[in-house]
Design a protein around this ligand. Sequence first.
Ligand SMILES: CC(C)(COP(=O)(O)OP(=O)(O)OC[C@H]1O[C@@H](n2cnc3c(N)ncnc32)[C@H](O)[C@@H]1OP(=O)(O)O)[C@@H](O)C(=O)NCCC(=O)NCCS
Length: 179
Amino acid sequence: MTSFSVKLHTPQLTDLDELVALDQTCLGGLWTKDGYQRELESPNSHFWVLSLDVTQTIIGCGCFWEILEEAHITLLMIDPQYQGQGLGQLLLHGLLRDAVSRNLQRATLEVRVSNQPALCLYQKFGFQVAGQRKGYYKTTGEDALVLWRSGLQTSQFQQDMLIGEQQMNARFSLDYPQS
Ligand SMILES: CC(C)(COP(=O)(O)OP(=O)(O)OC[C@H]1O[C@@H](n2cnc3c(N)ncnc32)[C@H](O)[C@@H]1OP(=O)(O)O)[C@@H](O)C(=O)NCCC(=O)NCCS
């Protein structure tokens, strides 16, 4: 198993160029630099990035909007060179951990029907398909699945998160923010 030394942290405005480049690589250009800047400056947008400890290179980024009692996950991406090694799981765990600490009750997102890796990842965290939006993605006309994860404040979920954190600590040499 590969061992990484990674850091999970919130990004700064100085990271904008790196975030846009990562977005281009992972998502083909979902958000522009202005878009990232707006999001980074928005009090309702909560970002987490994963960077390599040694080089400080950003290799993953996730974001959610806090809307009332809900976390709307808008972004989750891992550099393709580092995919398939548990880092997406680590990042999603970081987003949900933040949502729990903000007292949010539910999390939701849209995902392409064909995006099997992402679907499997979200299902591992208890997300369930609640609906389908026809032709949601304008460029391809592909449908989106709408996923929801409720019960973020239940003791069962928080126990699962703790176990997940212990597993990730054992797997990665992790500089993890403390609650
Ligand atoms: C989705 C994404 C973030 C997953 O990141 P990752 O680092 O590769 O994921 P992990 O290695 O942590 O895998 C976690 C789980 O996801 C699922 N998964 C990951 N890659 C998979 C693949 N190729 N096929 C099927 N399931 C996969 C598995 O359930 C896996 O758990 P397991 O290793 O115990 O089987 C990454 O593929 C990515 O950035 N994709 C492009 C951007 C994107 O589509 N984002 C989601 C938009 S909603």
